[in-house]
Write a protein that binds this ligand. Structure first.
Ligand SMILES: *Cc1c(COP(=O)(O)O)cnc(C)c1O
Length: 389
């Protein structure tokens, strides 16, 4: 089917971001653009700044920038570090490698722990690496909580334990872009110094907001760090946030959407939100295994509740398969990123999705496997249905 043919019916996007936006959020955003220095905005600002804290599991301020998630990472780097600082990163996948690249571009010196891109950061390796750094030259450890390219989630609590076990003072900085509001997250309890996230994944919003939770230690670091910053300055942001305002024009429409997103999450209850993600993820994995395809993540403990990365059998190109699923069935799957391009496709089960959305997507995949003559067993959709009950 050519791309400009009419496509009756709704298309289905099973992406780990951007995720489907509930009508309630779309409606909440379609308001008049209000005066961002006036009393109506002030009330809204104070409300979202207060209500977003429990989403991160923090009692400290959460900062909201108008940007994609990557902006919050840039803010984390420029607020806490100085050129020439060493940092420790774990090359767990595409997103982790992006942060390492960003660190280099800012003149930081990353030590990189490699992985096979099928398992998560190993806390023991992090501890062993930090233990050698007797001079405490390493100023921060960067980890991705849920590596969206590989479908691998790691334990932030265990990484914190490993850092503490060797008594290393490095800041722990966590990318929770695809995990926030999809799986358990505890910024304070896990001793995270900086957590970054974005609006278009578990928060069920359009792209455009980035969030940052910050510890006392990270704030203290921001007072002496020498990296230049202006738009991303936490200090400028915090000074205005105290009154519910922002230093620069906030994305007022998205902030209305954020208030609605938080309301919806609270109504469902975070435990239920997390259980829903786990349940849909398990249904997807059962389908994948029934087909005889490979769940890319090697460690069952680390299976992502947000996205399943699926290995494409030898001799078949995942890029073409993804295109077929889109062209024939109007279902968008996510592609393999950087070195996984062509080798895997990814099924997002993140955000505002339900049983029938997942079953619809799995049906498209099962039919496409037949069309593309990929050797497989049928019955994947049935296995998912059985599990969902
Ligand atoms: C989506 C994603 C990002 C990138 O966020 P942008 O909003 O595209 O800047 C970073 N890290 C992870 C783990 C992601 O899933």
């Amino acid at each position: 089917m050519s791309n400009n043919m009419p496509r009756p019916g709704r298309s289905l996007q099973l992406l780990p971001g951007p995720t489907p936006v509930p009508e309630r959020i779309t409606a909440a955003m379609s308001r008049d653009i209000i005066d961002h220095r006036g009393p109506v905005f002030q009330e809204l600002g104070l409300k979202v700044l207060r209500e977003i804290k429990p989403v991160f599991g923090t009692s400290k301020p959460v900062l909201i920038f108008a940007s994609s998630g990557t902006g919050a990472w840039e803010a984390a780097i420029v607020n806490t570090l100085s050129p020439g600082d060493r940092v420790l990163t774990v090359d767990g996948g595409h997103f982790a490698s992006m942060w390492t690249g960003m660190a280099r571009d800012f003149g930081l010196v990353p030590d990189v722990i490699p992985t096979d891109w099928r398992t998560g950061p190993d806390p023991d390796k992090i501890a062993a690496h930090l233990e050698q750094d007797k001079a405490h030259a390493i100023k921060a450890v960067f980890v991705v909580h849920n590596e969206t390219s590989t479908g691998v989630r790691c334990s932030i609590a265990k990484i914190r334990e490993a850092i503490d076990a060797v008594g290393h003072p490095a800041l722990l900085m966590v990318d929770a872009v695809s995990s926030l509001a999809a799986m358990d997250y505890r910024h304070d309890e896990w001793g995270v110094d900086v957590t970054v996230s974005g609006s278009q994944k578990g928060m069920m919003m359009p792209p455009g907001l980035a969030f940052t939770a910050v510890s006392e230690r990270a704030l203290a670091a921001s007072e002496t760090a020498k990296m230049p910053r202006y738009y991303w300055s936490w200090a400028k942001m915090q000074a205005q946030n105290k009154e519910g305002y922002f230093p620069f024009t906030p994305a007022t429409g998205l902030i209305y959407g954020l208030a609605e997103s938080i309301a919806m999450l609270n109504e469902e209850g975070f435990e239920n939100v997390y259980a829903r993600h786990e349940r849909l993820a398990e249904a997807v994995r059962r389908a994948v295994r029934t087909w005889g395809l490979e769940v890319w993540c090697r460690d069952p403990e680390a299976y992502s509740p947000a996205v399943t990365t699926v290995g494409m059998p030898e001799g078949f190109d995942a890029v073409e398969f993804r295109r077929l699923v889109y062209d024939r069935f109007d279902v968008s799957l996510a592609m393999g990123l950087s070195k996984l391009s062509g080798k895997v496709f990814r099924i997002g089960h993140l955000g505002f999705v339900n049983d029938v959305a997942i079953l619809g997507g799995l049906t498209a995949i099962e039919r496409a496997l037949a069309v593309a003559k990929v050797p497989h067993n049928t019955g994947g959709v049935a296995a998912a249905m059985d599990y969902l009950g």
